[in-house]
Design a protein around this ligand. Structure first.
Ligand code: DGL
Length: 258
């Protein structure tokens, strides 16, 4: 039996899911959150699907040793690979995933050309291909893998000259050609200044606000919203004590509002 006071668990391969946590906290400030990052094993996005699935299953098993009323997979890569398996395994737990904002992009930029930044695993997954196929009659989507960005965000240097130089090499060929850019990885909002330095005022889309609104709607419907007070418990698989500092720094970092 789920309890209003139980945690909303937020899981990511590392610190990226904090961008989703921030949106959830804004929508539902009275909730008790458990944030679990698997930074010891990040990045997930360059691994084979079997490994991503095994790591995600192990992390979720650990998370569920706590009282949890809902699980948010705040990771596009883990969602693409593992959300169906997890929903099969934990049938009475509300499990929310996140996917690149393809649908909002197709609605906002009809006949447009939209770049999709993501990890290799997300962009090569069958779930992502199916998502794009559903909307490709309205928009031309161009997958753009950025494998080096997640490790930089993990180190707290998503917004840095190093990150900008790496991104600029990747994004230069698309200059002046795109109508919007989807941030298809939850780490990337923490590199927005670097991305902006490459693409100027190009619209950036990320799915985290939509996810947070959806989670609130479902928990409200199920009578599971916590009256308060809110709380936040940090957990990370990395033994490095500096990780908690990076998590707190990212939580305090302002995100672009749409
Ligand atoms: N935050 C994860 C995502 O949204 C990053 C995956 C990784 O660890 O490479 O895809």
């Amino acid at each position: 039996m789920k309890n209003k006071h139980d945690y909303i668990a937020v899981f990511d391969s590392g610190v990226g899911g904090i961008s989703v946590l921030k949106r959830l906290m804004k929508q539902m400030p009275n909730e008790r959150y458990l944030y679990y990052g698997d930074s010891a094993n990040a990045p997930y996005g360059d691994r084979p699907e079997a490994e991503i699935l095994a790591l995600t299953e192990a992390a979720v098993k650990h998370i569920l040793t706590r009282p949890v009323k809902a699980l948010v997979i705040a990771c596009n890569t883990a969602t693409a690979v593992a959300v169906d398996t997890l929903r099969q395994a934990y049938k009475d737990l509300p499990i929310f995933g996140i996917e690149p904002a393809i649908k909002p992009a197709a609605e906002s930029y009809p006949a447009g050309k939209v770049g999709v930044l993501g990890t290799t695993a997300t962009l090569e997954s069958s779930r992502f291909r199916a998502l794009v196929a559903r909307h490709s009659d309205r928009c031309d989507f161009i997958p753009i893998p950025v494998p080096k960005l997640v490790p930089m965000v993990e180190q707290g240097i998503g917004n840095s000259r190093k990150a900008y130089k790496m991104l600029d090499k990747i994004l230069k060929p698309y200059k002046g050609q795109l109508d919007a850019l989807v941030l298809g990885c939850t780490h990337y909002p923490f590199a927005t200044a670097s991305i902006r330095a490459c693409v100027g005022s190009l619209p950036l889309l990320d799915g985290s606000i939509g996810t947070a609104v959806h989670v609130k709607r479902i928990l409200t419907k199920q009578g599971l919203l916590n009256p308060g007070p809110g709380a936040l418990l940090w957990e990370n698989s990395s033994p490095d004590p500096q990780h908690l500092e990076i998590c707190k720094m990212l939580l305090s970092q302002a995100l672009e509002e749409p």
